[in-house]
Design a protein around this ligand. Structure first.
Ligand code: ADP
Ligand code: MG
Ligand code: ZN
Length: 596
């Protein structure tokens, strides 16, 4: 509840009480039961000594009798009590000040309506003003400030990323002692851009810098600049930079920069003008820094390719820190960090887990650790075991198991032969990754899966590797064809992936002799009612036909390889699939044994 509505509620409560009191006082006469009697009777009772006291309030006379009851009467205004033979020596007389007695009734009848109307007006005004104030504060940035004191995340919480940490450390150092750098004539970067795939720890790293810096750290997500009203984003940028400059030395962190930093002039839809204005304002502010303004802008993005070139020119975000997916050693460290507070059993080997998670980001690894802990808790274990971790990897990489999905006997057979086909080709072809596990338990969308794991992290792919991978992808399809004489829809995803690889080989990697070393087709991402990849055809119809021929050629060759490999090993195919139907899963070493 905010302050305004709190006071409003109080006001309503008071108003209700007052109205209640008025009604009460109107309906029930004050003092309860008072007997109305003639004045002569009171006079007589005074003579008889039955009355203890008399109260006179202007013309109203109230008598208190010895038995506790009250009587009331009136006299003419000109007459006094003496005229009725009531004197102070016979009874106690109490004359009320007439003004005092009429104050509350007068106040209630005249003042209260004013008070109510006044209060009502006051709150109306206040509310209107509140709305105004909110409109006014639109232009203020909603940046969160991390003061020097608030040390929550430090570099220790960020695994790996040695070089990025070093570079950022340098930035922090400059802010702390600029003299050292100036002495050598070194100019300090105004902007640092953190670039890397999602989940690699860019935001985390920035938070760690906030913890380490010892200077004010303003953090905002670029999407917060984009609001309903055009111009708000620009106003917020101005406000944010002003705040930072006032508190210099300071760091200003803009997360998800691509939300506004997209190339100007390539957007569709209404928010486009707004983005442009906001972006321009950022450029203006960064240029406006005097050389000795000790404010450094750190920004993060996972789409550096869509950023406006103006942002990347020297003097703006001239320093780029690339944050890559973690390698083997880094993955192990990340796993270690996220196993803090989770009791691990003795058999846990994080190095093995790290080997099995090539290509995953820090966020994925954290997810794996967490899923494993959840799994352990569900099974009422007291610590997390290696088995929990393996299960969690499969869940994260391949989707949750669907045990409830009941396959018919026929489907199980098709699925078993399909996966056996993948596995056998993967085992034979030299460039395929070793088979880690084969299963016909459905996971996510797939009815089964063959899981191969690379021996090491791979950055370069050769033509031979692609060709072998395509053959392996076609292994399932081919196996079904050989054994059952027909194919099923189960191979759809394999075919799609194989075709995509072949297409990229021809169009992007220059791996086709006929087409040669050119890149064809410009892929552009457009944001319009969601995400859309739009491919621009920058080649002729003749070349398009050539590309199709080349792609088809690659697929056909791979298909031939797969067919010849599997037709010669029908017995092995049967052996593997039979075991799959029996056990549902075959682990890598077990599969190797079947082979020999
Ligand atoms: P992004 O690069 O998309 O901004 P985040 O910084 O949000 O990624 O990372 C998401 C989560 O993944 C972090 O909160 C952290 O728990 C985990 N994580 C990612 N990288 C690392 C790392 N190098 N060390 C430790 N945890 C990491
Ligand atoms: Mg982020
Ligand atoms: Zn398949």
């Amino acid at each position: 509840m905010n302050k305004g509505s709190f006071f409003r509620n109080i006001f309503y409560i008071i108003a209700a009480i007052v109205v209640g009191l008025i009604i009460y006082s109107l309906v029930i006469p004050v003092g309860g039961k008072i007997e109305q009697v003639p004045l002569s009777r009171i006079s007589q009772e005074v003579q008889e000594g039955k009355i203890t006291s008399i109260t006179v309030n202007q013309d109203q006379i109230t008598a208190e009798l010895k038995d506790g009851s009250q009587q009331q009467s009136y006299k003419e205004s000109s007459a006094t009590l003496k005229d009725y033979n009531i004197t102070p020596d016979k009874v106690q007389i109490d004359v009320k000040n007439p003004n005092k007695g009429t104050f509350w009734p007068t106040f209630l009848s005249i003042g209260l309506p004013f008070l109510l109307i006044g209060g009502f007006l006051y709150f109306m005004l206040k509310q209107a003003q509140g709305g105004n104030m909110r409109a006014m504060s639109f232009g203020q940035s909603r940046a969160r400030l991390f003061g020097p004191g608030s040390k929550k995340i430090s570099f220790k919480d960020v695994a790996g990323l040695v070089e990025p940490k070093q570079e950022l450390q340098e930035v922090v150092e400059f802010l702390r002692s600029p003299g050292k750098f100036k002495l050598l004539g070194a100019e300090i970067p105004k902007g640092v851009l953190l670039v890397g795939p999602p989940g690699t720890g860019k935001t985390l790293l920035a938070k760690a810098v906030a913890g380490e810096a010892g200077v004010p750290f303003y953090s905002i997500s670029a999407s917060e600049f984009v609001e309903m009203f055009v111009g708000v984003g620009a106003a917020r940028v101005r406000d944010l930079f002003q705040k930072a400059k006032r508190n210099a030395p300071a760091i200003l962190f803009v997360d998800e920069l691509d939300a506004i930093g997209r190339q100007r002039g390539s957007g569709l839809g209404g928010s486009h003008d707004e983005r442009e204005q906001t972006l321009n304002q950022i450029l203006v502010e960064m240029d406006g820094f005097e050389t000795d303004t000790r404010v450094i802008v750190v920004a993060a993005t996972n789409r550096p390719d869509v950023l406006d070139p103006a942002l990347l020119r020297p003097g703006r975000f001239d320093r780029r820190i690339v944050i890559d997916l973690p390698d083997l050693k880094e993955r192990e460290e990340i796993l270690k960090i996220h196993s803090r507070g989770k009791p691990l059993s003795g058999d846990v080997n994080l190095e093995i887990i790290s080997k099995q998670t090539a290509g995953l980001s820090g966020a994925d690894l954290r997810n794996i650790m967490n899923e494993a802990a959840i799994l352990a808790a569900r099974l009422n274990q007291k610590d997390v075991t290696q088995k929990n971790l393996s299960g969690s990897i499969e869940k994260v990489m391949l989707g949750p198991e669907r045990k409830s999905h009941l396959m018919s006997e026929k489907e199980r057979q098709v699925s078993a032969f399909h996966e056996a086909g993948h596995a056998i080709i993967g085992k034979i072809l030299p460039n395929c990754d070793p088979i880690h596990k084969i299963s016909i338990v459905s996971r996510g969308m797939a009815l089964g899966y063959t899981w191969s794991l690379p021996q090491e992290d791979r950055k370069l792919y050769s033509t031979a590797k692609f060709e072998d991978d395509i053959a392996q992808l076609l292994g399932g399809y081919t196996s079904e064809k050989i054994i059952f004489g027909q194919v099923t829809t189960g191979a759809q995803n394999d075919l799609k992936r194989a075709t995509n690889i072949a297409r990229d080989m021809v169009m992007i990697y220059g791996m086709s002799e006929k087409i040669g070393p050119v890149v064809l087709g410009e892929k552009e991402e457009m944001i319009f009612l969601g995400r859309e990849i739009h491919e621009e055809r920058n080649y002729s119809e003749v070349v398009a036909a050539e590309i199709d021929k080349e792609v088809t050629g690659i697929i056909e060759r791979a298909q031939k390889v797969a067919t010849s490999l599997l037709t010669n090993r029908k017995t092995l195919l049967k052996k593997v699939s039979q075991k799959l139907i029996l056990d549902e899963t075959i682990e890598g070493p077990e599969f190797d044994k079947l082979f020999s």
